[in-house]
Design a binder for this molecule. Sequence first.
Ligand SMILES: [Zn+2]
Length: 84
Amino acid sequence: MLPNTLTRKATAMEVMMSCFDDAVLIDHLSCDNTAYPASSLRAAHRTMQVHLECLVGQCPAKSAAHRALEEAGRLTPDSGRQRH
Ligand SMILES: [Zn+2]
């Protein structure tokens, strides 16, 4: 017998993948959610904004967003203050 957790994880992932929509953004903004910030650059940017008060390395969501932006070469110094 396989534990239900395996199936459950796959299902949760599928749900997440189909839910990247601004309307449900709120659901993705918890500090524990690293799947959302890693899903797209836009999501990563949003995450950085929302987790301004959090610290990279302490907040899993911000760390994931930071890394995604860094890998994409989109990380600008002092990005929190830039608004064009
Ligand atoms: Zn956070």
